[in-house]
Design a binder for this molecule. Structure first.
Ligand code: SF4
Ligand code: SF4
Length: 412
């Protein structure tokens, strides 16, 4: 058992292995405020990786309607309940947020690793039933306070609410699936932090299914092995011919019509901390602006998919799901800084991974009032650069409009 530092918790914690930081870490930011629940991401993943016989109930990417939906059903409520049973009333955070070491404060409760030790496991978990895996999109669009629609739509918080939560493997920094495996069949890649299951070593004991709190490893009965999201690693490596060697975003990210997803790689230090890199769009949104937050950081796995919380949802629910940074994250999102306004334009404008960005000042085009405060809007230009510093995209804050000449109105 090793002592490791988890910056999302602002404290040390127990983990089975010593930290082995990758050079780069796969990471993504999702904007829950914009998701359409069109499931294009879900189907893109399905048609790429899990279309075979034996994988029928396997959805590495899914989009569920919160608070009632879940794949598998009740995955988060069940794990929260297990933590509560192990440490009644103890899952609290201190208020002393500050600095890159503890941006959200310090978590004083039990992680799944802390709680697992008391029952002789590497992490606390449970194995979902077949029935819980059978309905990936159950309770779609079911709101809280159903029937109170007429009075429920005033910001800042709607009385009637639901939202879409996009989920895939978080390629965690301290993966519970990896620490759970008695065969040491799960590993985290040095070059990009993607977590994979070695199909040759796996014997289908399903300890990863039990101990991943996000329930992202899935058992396949016909091969008797567990499988999980592979982070589209051939694309991230740059092996896809489409981008001629440039690292490329995953299938689920690249297809998103809602333009809610931005995925890339963040640079890591040898001690597992993030390299200070405010020109990387992911680093900027997650660490500088703190606009995007980890999903259930209290579980302790240090997940690497981050979310802009939905701004109309009651804050206690969001604090439970995204930690105590939820209020600040919403404030940063609803009235973004000038630089953030530019970076937000980078979502889904390129299939190539954007490693850094630059903002060129443009003219002021508007001034609006947001929650009693003034927000200025500038038509700045943001340039996204690839791994080797080459320009791969250039967009403006105000989307240009083009009018088709009359002679092309009917091209039949
Ligand atoms: S493709 Fe994008 S908008 Fe559609 S469900 Fe997935 S994340 Fe949401
Ligand atoms: S989300 Fe689950 S399966 Fe993915 S790396 Fe984390 S613990 Fe492992």
């Amino acid at each position: 058992m090793a002592n490791v530092y988890n910056w999302q918790l602002g404290r040390d914690m127990n983990y089975r292995f010593d930290p082995a930081a990758p050079t780069w870490q796969f990471a993504a930011v999702f904007n829950t405020n914009r998701c359409l629940a069109c499931q294009t991401c879900t189907m893109a993943c399905k048609s790429t990786w899990t279309f075979s016989e034996g994988q029928e109930d396997m959805w590495w990417n899914n989009v569920e309607t919160k608070p009632y939906g879940g794949y598998p059903r009740h995955w988060d409520v069940k794990t929260l309940d297990l933590l509560e049973q192990a440490n009644p009333g103890g899952q609290t955070w201190s208020e002393d947020a500050g600095g890159p070491e503890a941006p959200y404060g310090s978590y004083e409760g039990s992680t799944i690793f802390d709680a697992g030790r008391s029952v002789g496991q590497h992490a606390l978990g449970y194995t979902p039933t077949d029935e819980e895996w059978a309905s990936p999109n159950i309770h779609e669009d079911s709101p809280v306070s159903q029937g109170a629609l007429a009075k429920g739509v005033t910001l800042p918080v709607h009385e009637t609410w639901f939202f879409y939560l996009q989920r895939l493997c978080n390629h965690c920094s301290y993966p519970a699936c990896l620490s759970a495996c008695p065969r040491n069949a799960i590993y985290k890649r040095e070059e990009d932090g993607i977590v994979l299951i070695d199909q040759e070593r796996c014997r289908g004991y399903r300890k990863c299914v039990e101990q991943c709190p996000y329930k992202k490893p899935m058992y396949r009965a016909d091969s008797r092995t567990s499988e999980k999201c592979i982070g589209c690693f051939p694309r991230v490596e740059g092996s896809d011919p489409l981008t001629e060697g440039l690292p490329m975003e995953t299938r689920c990210m690249a297809v998103c019509p809602g333009q809610i997803r931005l995925q890339g790689l963040v640079s890591m230090e040898a001690d597992g901390s993030w390299t200070h890199d405010p020109d990387n769009p992911l680093y900027y949104l997650i660490r500088e602006e703190q606009m995007a937050l980890p999903l259930y950081p209290q579980f302790g796995t240090s997940p690497n998919v981050y979310y802009f919380p939905p701004r109309w949802v009651p804050r206690p629910y969001l604090r439970q799901m995204f930690g105590p940074g939820a209020d600040r994250a919403i404030e940063a999102y609803v009235r973004p800084s000038r630089r953030a306004q530019a970076v937000l334009q980078l979502f889904r404008v390129s299939q190539s991974i954007i490693f850094s960005f630059e903002v060129i000042d443009g003219e002021k085009v508007n001034e609006i009032n947001v929650n009693g405060k003034t927000m200025e809007i500038f038509n700045d230009t943001v340039i996204g650069y690839g791994r080797d510093g080459q320009e791969i995209v250039r967009v403006t804050v105000i989307e240009p409009q083009f009018e088709r000449p009359d002679q092309f109105l009917n091209t039949i």
